[in-house]
Design a protein around this ligand. Structure first.
Ligand SMILES: Cc1cc2nc3c(=O)[nH]c(=O)nc-3n(C[C@H](O)[C@H](O)[C@H](O)COP(=O)(O)O)c2cc1C
Length: 308
């Protein structure tokens, strides 16, 4: 199966990206994975100030996935600009990099775009509007406030000519409307989905299994929510969609493609198997050969015809 694809004006050598927060800034992975073989990766979300993150434990497993409450631990805008982005500019050639940004306030998003846009080496921004672990916002992401979505996306649009993708939440009862608001405000793409808010309690003590209390669910348990969100978004917009949530096997990526995703992102799968993303790329080629599908892009076109 031919895997090269174009989305929001960028050529990707294949549709497989690593998801925000699961691959640091790329250099953390060079000993375990050939990042240049990937379609690309999304950086850890960068906040204005450095953050050390939430109390441990920050990650816990359960039978169908994982929960995390990392709390956006990152070196902050200046640290990322001085220490992380120069490495990407010097070392990443073929993989396409999206820089993820997350603000506590609307204005922080604008400062982040203004501060990071002059740097080299990345293709676009992913605007994280949907982090469920931001204690300062009490777990209520901007993605669930349509006016905030409009304000943040239009302000980011005015501050960069690079493509911008809005990363939205899986627990949005009006997802189609949120997608349209993001598009009207100037988004070039939509990333779906971030983690789903959840809570695991220890049966003996009744204490939360994560230091912060609640957290975000990822992995196989999130897959149906992600695929549904992509399909729902596809009905509301013609923008490219980036599907994320429980992508482990080639069939999972294909399902996202059939739902309407141009690209997929992988997160939790890489914690169990660091090379899961490169395995997925070769698995997709094999899947295409077995099923007589010539190109990744054909999956989406077929969905369009089916949808009538
Ligand atoms: C440990 C961890 C940290 C994450 N950090 C971020 C982040 O900084 N920004 C963001 O937009 N999403 C973050 N996410 C969410 C992922 O990018 C992705 O949306 C989610 O995990 C679903 O994909 P998956 O099931 O393949 O892991 C994080 C997820 C995990 C598991």
């Amino acid at each position: 199966m031919r895997l090269t694809t174009q989305a929001f004006g960028i050529e990707f050598q294949n549709p497989v990206l690593l998801a925000a927060g699961t691959c640091g800034f790329g250099l953390e992975l060079i000993d375990v994975l050939d990042i240049e073989a990937l379609g690309g990766f999304v950086t850890k979300s960068i906040t204005l100030e450095p953050r050390s993150g939430n109390p441990a434990p920050r990650v816990t497993e359960f039978d169908s996935g994982m929960m995390n409450s990392v709390g956006l631990a990152n070196p902050g805008m200046v640290g990322a600009r001085n220490e992380k982005l120069p490495w990407i500019a010097a070392n990443v050639r073929r993989a396409r990099v999206l820089v993820s940004v997350a603000g506590h306030t609307v204005d922080e998003y604008f400062q982040l775009i203004e501060g990071l846009d002059p740097s080299d080496g990345f293709a676009g921004f992913e605007i994280n509007l949907s982090c469920p672990n931001d204690a300062r916002r009490d777990g209520i992401p901007f993605a669930l406030d349509p006016d905030a979505v409009t304000e943040i996306m239009s302000g980011c649009r005015a501050r960069t000519e690079r493509p911008i993708s809005a990363k939205l939440a899986p627990n949005d009862p009006s997802l189609g409307m949120t997608v349209r608001r993001a598009e009207e405000a100037g988004a070039d793409a939509i990333t779906l989905v971030n983690t789903l808010p959840g809570l695991l309690l220890d049966a003996d003590s009744g204490e939360p299994r994560l230091g912060q209390g609640a957290g975000g669910v990822s992995g196989p348990a999130l897959r149906p929510a992600g695929i549904r969100a992509v399909r729902e978004a596809r009905a509301s917009t013609a923008l490219p969609l980036l599907g994320v949530g429980g992508v482990f096997a080639p069939e999972d990526a294909v399902a996202y493609g059939r739902a309407g995703a141009s690209l997929v992102q992988m997160g939790t799968a890489t914690f169990a198997a660091p090379r899961a993303a490169t395995d997925l790329i070769s698995g997709l080629e094999r899947w295409g050969r077995r099923h007589g599908v010539e190109a990744w892009d054909d999956l989406r076109e077929r969905t369009g015809e089916e949808a009538g």
